[in-house]
Each structure stands twice: as C-alpha cells, then as structure tokens.
Design a protein. Structure first.
Length: 265
C-alpha cells in the first residue's frame, strides 16, 4: 500500500514511518514536513492511507482532509496535540485518530487494522464468462450492473465516462438523473467490495472511473502482452454474456490468429 505522512515534526514523522515499515516492507511510504509537498503528492497519486498531523496546518487542514475524502479507497488517520481537534477529526470522517505525544504501541495497534498484512490476490477472468476472484474465491455480485460495469472497465483499459457507461449498460434508457443514479450506485457497490479488502483497484472521479492495471491478474491483459500461457488458454469466447464485447472479441481473434501463424512459420 502507498502511504503518505504529513507532519511538520521530524520526531512524529520518524515514529509514524517506523511503525508503518514494521507492518510490511511492501508498503511505499512518502513523508512530508510541509503540507504543500504532501498536497501535490496527493493530487498526482492515489495512496491507500494518509496520515495527517493537524498541528501547525492552519487553514490547510480542512483542504487536506477534504482531498483525502475525495480519493476513493484512501483511509485517513489524524494526529493532534489537543482534544479540541477531535471534533475536526470526526467531521473529516477519519478512520483513526491519535493524540500527541504519540505512543508507539497505540499507533502500531491502529495501523494493524488500517494496513493489510498481505494484499489479497485478485484475478479477473474474461475468457468465456466474466468472473472475479479474490484469493481464489469468486466474488458473488448482488448488483449485476456493477459486475458489468467492472467488465466494461477491464475491457476499455482506460477512463470510462458516466455517459459512456450508461450508453453501454443502460442503452434502452434516457440519459437522465435516474439512470445517472443507477450508475453511481454501481460504482459505490464496487468501491465497497474493494475497500473491504483494502484493494486499490477502482479509481472513480466525478463523472468517470477506471481500473488500475497492474493491481490484478487478467487473462485478457496477459494475452495482449503475448504471454504463451494466455494464448494457449484462449477458447474462442470473451465476456460471453455481454454483447458489447464483440468488437474486442474480433480483435482478440485476429491477434491469436496472427500469433499462431507466426509460430507455425
């Protein structure tokens, strides 16, 4: 998980960094003494956890807390010297809160709940019917449109706007506020699934969303990379239950044919 620490106090940054490192060497930790440097990092990246020291932030604390809430799947932990900041922490809907001076044991105990000890392995299967597995166990989607939206995001491999998703998933509906709400409900459902597992797969902004390639295994992506195992696994069907995937199916067939032709030569 990518972790951002913002604190003007070197001792606080050092303790928080040490506690995060103790919970796994796989975590990428960026510590900033100034809120301006952390602010730029948050805009350009999408970390899984922001640890924010409210002391000496002044007017910047509200902006940073709001920015943290804007990022999907980002957890927010706050630290401050006085109880007066507790109200602000609750208003910011933080996931954790510490009073300073920080106690290493208390910080470590909270981080154990916020940081995954071992990131779950996600596998997306597009050959045949669409399925998603977390640590080998299939996800049972109660919202069928949410599942189809995820399939669309995997298929497009880039940003999908709300209008584009509605035109594909609800092609018989007018693009009105009601159908927009159906889209938002599907996005919210997907966010919930991945947040429960501390998975930073889905990125959604106002009016668009996409999946973070590289955060999950996918047979389609492996085939695009020319991996022999994926090409051998190709059975002629792709996202079988979704008619809109036929254009990609044709492209895959051409790729497989070209590859097998080169191999035979």
């Amino acid at each position: 998980m990518d972790i951002v620490i913002i604190s003007p106090q070197e001792e606080t940054r050092r303790l928080l960094t040490s506690c995060c490192q103790a919970h796994g060497s796989e975590h990428q930790i960026s510590a900033f003494a100034s809120h301006s440097g952390g602010f730029v990092h948050l805009i350009n990246e999408n970390p899984g956890l922001l640890i924010l020291d409210l002391d000496e932030l002044g007017d910047a604390q509200a902006a940073l807390c709001s920015l943290a809430r804007y990022h999907d799947n980002m957890k927010l932990a706050l630290a401050a010297s006085t109880d007066a900041h507790a109200i602000e922490a609750m208003q910011a809907c933080s996931d954790a809160y510490w009073l300073k001076p920080l106690a290493e044991e208390a910080v470590s105990k909270t981080l154990a709940k916020l940081l995954p000890c071992k990131e779950a392995q996600v596998t997306v299967r597009t050959f045949g019917h669409f399925d998603v597995f977390i640590d080998g166990q299939p996800i049972h989607f109660k919202n069928a449109k949410a599942k189809e939206l995820l399939a669309l995001l995997v298929d497009k491999r880039g940003t999908v706007t709300m209008e584009m998703a509605v035109n594909v998933l609800w092609d018989n509906r007018h693009y009105d506020e009601h159908v927009k709400q159906l889209y938002r409900k599907a996005v919210s459902y997907l966010r919930g699934i991945f947040k429960d597992k501390s998975l930073n797969i889905l990125v959604s902004n106002r009016g668009s969303c996409h999946v973070r390639q590289g955060t999950f295994a996918c047979d389609y992506y492996d085939l695009l990379d020319g991996q022999k195992k994926a090409i051998a696994a190709w059975g002629g069907e792709y996202l079988f239950e979704y008619p809109w995937a036929e254009s990609t199916l044709a492209q895959i067939e051409n790729m497989v044919e070209a590859y097998t032709g080169r191999v035979m030569k």
